[in-house]
Ligand binder design. Structure first.
Ligand SMILES: *[C@@H]1O[C@H](CO)[C@@H](O)[C@H](O)[C@H]1NC(C)=O
Ligand SMILES: *[C@@H]1O[C@H](CO)[C@@H](O)[C@H](O)[C@H]1NC(C)=O
Ligand SMILES: *[C@@H]1O[C@H](CO)[C@@H](O)[C@H](O)[C@H]1NC(C)=O
Length: 569
């Protein structure tokens, strides 16, 4: 609980500080610790005003549409126990297959757990505490790790043992290990990245006697720059980076810079589950946007575990984020390079799937996530910012029905398409191939006004839709409502899309052919989640296909049309 609480506080404050860093920096040159308090108060209030005025997307949300469909689906609400077990995730090798796995769940679902069900959340938070306990003593509240504070004159202060609270205020730790999903190091100074050793050495004090910086007073952190902390499988594919402070005296021995950068470094791994579009976005692209946007495009991306195909596929987006070519750490290591910076951030902050910030304040995501979609459209030259308003018979809104292979297939996608045509859509059934060029995928998706898909990674493609488009998620049988919301529903709304969640009835699931009707799979699916994630995945996620009852689905199609009449142009 302790780690979680401090983290939560930090999450709220960090973005506010970033927005205000300009002002903050100027003021802080003049004032001492006393005025910090005043600056905080001022910057927070100011931000509230900014968020209010820049947050028009609230009007695009349609809670009524979802509840309508929820209530007719006959599902129980008690599906929250999966909070501790699951999360939307896919494997690199078989992106159309298993889209979930166990180990990453706890870190990434904590926040939602807090909101959805206090009971489940408590369990999750405790679970997190296990991960962070060892590190917790080194991590101060995140408010002390923000950029502006680092650039204070205090930056040249003394490396201190943790017990020294006065000095600790002046120098926050290089790394914050309290995050549920990622350990984040964010530091300034004379920074040398010894590529061969995957080590950042930060000279934090010029005057400190060398002996003081040695031994107990110097902190070295080992972090993996990928936001799936606690997920053994993902993190096993991520290179560890060492970050350590050193005194000037010791720094004499450190390797010399071969390249010096003016731009700050942002270091991230594309190991983990790279190659699956959901993971590419939720673990890398979205958090990277969150980290890099404040530098406009003057930031040096440093990539570890680089896969050339991945870099090629997402090259247009990386170029949109930085005018400098990404630095491949492995290549730099082979060349024996030492890169020097004045500022660096190792690992990306991540909180929930496909969102940049913690759920509170929600208004932050509602401000930044639409900006994220605008960034994508700009970077990929996607032409449409708004959907087409359904007009007369010659102007039909375009509906994409995403089909999946392997698991959770929509077996009657063609019938759904015909139903959509009958109410006035131009409907297309399409399978999206993960190897497609991202610009081509973006162009294709952007030509649609709405998207329908069964829960799965393919829904991630919604990010390319025109703003105000509608996303329909078909949720398979089995108490999966909650995870559907977490993975795609909440992000869709934050991005400024309309969202409709269609939860299938027993008759629409092929599970009905596998189990007798009085089986617990139907009478109490949520209880079965307690049997563990493996069981749940086999039974509910990978064990069924969907045959949508077209008549039951028709109101959804009409709802989408109605949305487009409101948001279309
Ligand atoms: C500090 O540590 C470095 C490297 O371990 C060593 O070379 C140096 O002599 C030490 N300095 C003192 C004063 O102990
Ligand atoms: C990288 O480090 C290893 C082990 O420390 C060393 O043997 C090798 O020569 C180094 N390579 C370069 C290019 O500096
Ligand atoms: C349909 O709308 C288009 C564009 O607004 C217009 O050019 C066309 O004449 C309209 N057709 C009918 C039948 O109203």
């Amino acid at each position: 609980m302790k780690g979680g609480g401090g983290d939560k506080q930090g999450r709220i404050r960090a973005p506010l500080l970033q927005l205000e860093s300009q002002l903050f920096r100027r003021v802080s040159v003049v004032v001492g610790c006393f005025l910090f308090v005043l600056v905080f108060l001022f910057s927070s209030r100011h931000d509230v005003a900014v968020l209010d005025t820049l947050s028009p997307k609230a009007s695009l949300r349609t809670p009524a549409a979802e509840t309508l469909l929820h209530s007719s689906a006959g599902l129980e609400v008690g599906d929250t126990t999966i909070a501790a077990d699951t999360n939307g995730v896919v494997r690199e090798a078989e992106p159309e297959e298993a889209e979930h796995h166990e180990s990453n769940a706890a870190p990434s679902t904590t926040n939602s757990g807090n909101r959805a069900t206090p009971g489940a959340a408590e369990e999750t938070v405790q679970d997190n505490a296990v991960h962070v306990t060892a590190a917790a003593t080194a991590a101060q509240p995140a408010m002390e790790t923000t950029s502006s504070q680092r650039e204070l004159p205090g930056n040249t202060g003394i490396i201190t043992p943790r017990a020294d609270s006065v000095d600790q205020r002046r120098r926050p730790p290089l790394c914050d290990l309290s995050g549920a999903r990622a350990d984040v190091c964010d530091f300034a100074g004379y920074i040398r990245l010894d590529a061969n050793a995957s080590t950042f050495v930060v000279v934090v004090d010029e005057d400190l006697p060398a002996g003081r910086a040695n031994g107990t007073t110097t902190t070295a952190y080992k972090v993996k720059p990928y936001p799936r902390k606690g997920d053994v499988t993902a993190m096993g594919r991520v290179t560890e980076i060492t970050v350590r402070a050193t005194s000037n005296a010791e720094a004499e021995a450190a390797p010399r810079c071969t390249v010096t950068h003016d731009a700050p470094a942002v270091v991230f791994s594309i190991g983990g589950y790279a190659g699956n579009i959901f993971h590419d976005f939720t673990d890398v692209i979205v958090p990277l946007f969150g980290a890099a946007r404040r530098y406009h495009d003057d930031v040096q991306l440093v990539v570890t575990d680089a896969n050339p195909r991945w870099l090629a596929r997402y090259g247009a987006l990386l170029q949109g984020l930085s005018r400098h070519a990404p630095l491949d750490l492995a290549k730099a290591a082979a060349a024996g390079e030492v890169h020097c910076f004045a500022r660096a951030m190792v690992t990306l902050r991540a909180y929930r799937e496909l969102l940049i910030e913690a759920p509170e304040p929600a208004s932050y995501n509602e401000l930044v996530m639409p900006e994220f979609t605008r960034f994508l459209r700009r970077a990929l030259s996607l032409p449409r910012d708004a959907p087409t308003r359904p007009g007369n018979a010659t102007i039909k809104p375009r509906l994409l029905i995403i089909s999946r292979r392997g698991t959770r297939r929509l077996l009657n996608a063609d019938a759904v398409a015909r139903a959509a045509e009958s109410v006035g859509f131009d409907a297309v059934v399409r399978e999206l191939d993960v190897s497609d060029d991202i610009t081509q995928v973006g162009q294709l998706i952007n030509s649609f006004d709405a998207m329908v898909g069964v829960h799965g990674a393919g829904l991630t493609n919604m990010v390319f839709l025109p703003g105000g488009a509608t996303v329909v998620q078909i949720v398979p049988w089995g108490g999966l409502r909650w995870i559907a919301r977490l993975d795609f529903g909440d992000p869709a709304e934050a991005m400024g899309f309309r969202y409709v969640q269609y939860e299938v009835a027993v008759e629409e699931s092929t599970l009905k052919d596998k189990y007798p009707r009085d089986h617990e799979v139907f009478t109490n699916p949520t209880a079965l989640h307690k049997k563990g994630f493996g069981f749940m995945r086999r039974t509910f996620l990978n064990g069924q296909d969907i045959v949508v009852d077209v008549e039951r689905f028709r109101p959804v199609l009409l709802q989408v049309l109605d949305n487009l009449r409101q948001t279309g142009k």
